[in-house]
Design a binder for this molecule. Structure first.
Ligand SMILES: NC(=O)c1ccc[n+]([C@@H]2O[C@H](COP(=O)([O-])OP(=O)(O)OC[C@H]3O[C@@H](n4cnc5c(N)ncnc54)[C@H](OP(=O)(O)O)[C@@H]3O)[C@@H](O)[C@H]2O)c1
Length: 242
C-alpha cells in the first residue's frame, strides 16, 4: 500500500516512445511513486498507477490542457522523453549541402520549442519548497565543445538549443525554489526506432535496451542535487560539457 505522504506523482511526456515507455513502466513500479501521468500523441493504455493523457508538442493548447488535468495533484518529477531525429522525409545531414529549412523547422519544433512550451505550462506554478525535478532527454551530440565529427546539423543544433533552454529553466526555477532541479539527460545509444538506422558504430555492449537506459537515467535523477541544476548529464551521471 502506497503511503500518499511518502510517495509523489511523476509525469512522462512521450510515454509512447522507446525510452519514454520504459521510464513510465519503471516509475509506475516504484513504491515511492504514487502514479504516473503518461502523455503521448495517441494516449497509451491507462492502467494501475498509469494516468494517460494526450498532447502534441506542436499544439500548445494540448500542453495547457495537460496542466489543467494535473492541477489537483501536480507531479514532482517531470521527464520529457519526446524527440525526433528522422522521419517524414527528414534525415540527419552528412554535409552542409544536405541542410533544409524544413528539417530545421521540424527538429527545432520537436526537440527545442516543444520542451520549452511544456516548461511554460507545467512550471507556471512550480512547488516553492519541496524537491522538484524537470528533466528533458537531450543527446551528447548537442554538446558544442564535444563536437568533433560534424554532421547531423539540425539535430545537433536543436539539442544544443534544448540544453540552453533547460539551463534557463534551472535559473528561473532556482529563484523561487532552491530545491528545484532542471537538467537535460543523455540516455546513451538505446535500441529504439529513433536510433535504429544510425547505430552501426555502437558496439554490442554499447547499445542499451530501453529498460536499461531508463534504469540508469532514473538512478541519475534520484541522485540529483540542486547544485547540478542546469547541467547536461549522461546515463552514468557524468557531466556533458556545453
Ligand atoms: N535512442 C537513442 O539512442 C537516443 C540517443 C540520444 C538521445 N536520445 C533522445 O532520447 C529521447 C527519446 O528517444 P527514443 O529513442 O525513445 O525515441 P522514440 O522511440 O522515437 O520516441 C520518441 C517519442 O517522441 C514523441 N514525439 C515526437 N514528436 C512528437 C510531437 N510532436 N508531440 C508529441 N510527442 C512527440 C513520439 O511520439 P509518437 O509515438 O506519437 O511518435 C515518441 O513518444 C529523444 O529526445 C532522443 O533525441 C535517444
Amino acid at each position: 500500500m502506497v503511503d500518499p505522504f511518502k510517495s509523489f506523482p511523476a509525469c512522462v511526456f512521450g510515454a509512447s516512445g522507446g525510452i519514454g515507455a520504459a521510464l513510465t513502466a519503471r516509475l509506475a513500479a516504484r513504491a515511492d511513486v504514487s502514479f504516473v501521468y503518461a502523455g503521448a500523441r495517441l494516449p497509451v493504455t491507462a492502467g494501475e498507477k498509469i494516468r494517460a493523457f494526450a498532447f502534441d508538442l506542436e499544439e500548445e493548447a494540448s500542453l495547457a490542457n495537460a496542466t489543467t488535468i494535473m492541477a489537483d495533484e501536480p507531479p514532482r518529477l517531470i521527464i520529457v522523453a519526446t524527440g525526433m531525429l528522422h522521419g517524414g522525409g527528414v534525415q540527419p545531414e552528412k554535409s552542409l549541402k544536405a541542410q533544409t529549412g524544413d528539417a530545421y523547422a521540424r527538429l527545432f519544433a520537436t526537440n527545442a520549442t516543444g520542451p520549452a512550451l511544456i516548461a511554460k505550462h507545467m512550471l507556471a506554478r512550480p512547488p516553492r519548497e519541496r524537491r522538484f525535478v524537470f528533466a528533458a532527454l537531450s543527446a551528447r551530440v548537442g554538446s558544442i565543445s564535444d563536437n568533433r565529427l560534424g554532421g547531423w546539423h539540425a539535430y545537433r543544433a536543436s539539442k544544443a538549443a534544448l540544453n540552453m533552454i533547460v539551463r534557463n529553466i534551472a535559473i528561473e526555477l532556482g529563484r523561487t525554489n532552491p530545491q528545484a532541479i532542471a537538467v537535460t539527460l543523455h540516455p546513451g545509444t538505446v535500441d529504439t526506432n529513433l536510433s535504429k538506422p544510425f547505430r552501426r558504430n555502437a558496439t554490442r555492449s554499447g547499445l542499451f535496451s530501453a529498460d536499461y537506459a531508463a534504469k540508469r537515467l532514473l538512478e541519475v535523477v534520484d541522485g540529483l542535487t540542486p547544485e547540478q541544476s542546469g547541467q547536461c548529464l549522461a546515463w552514468d551521471g557524468s557531466v556533458i560539457p556545453s
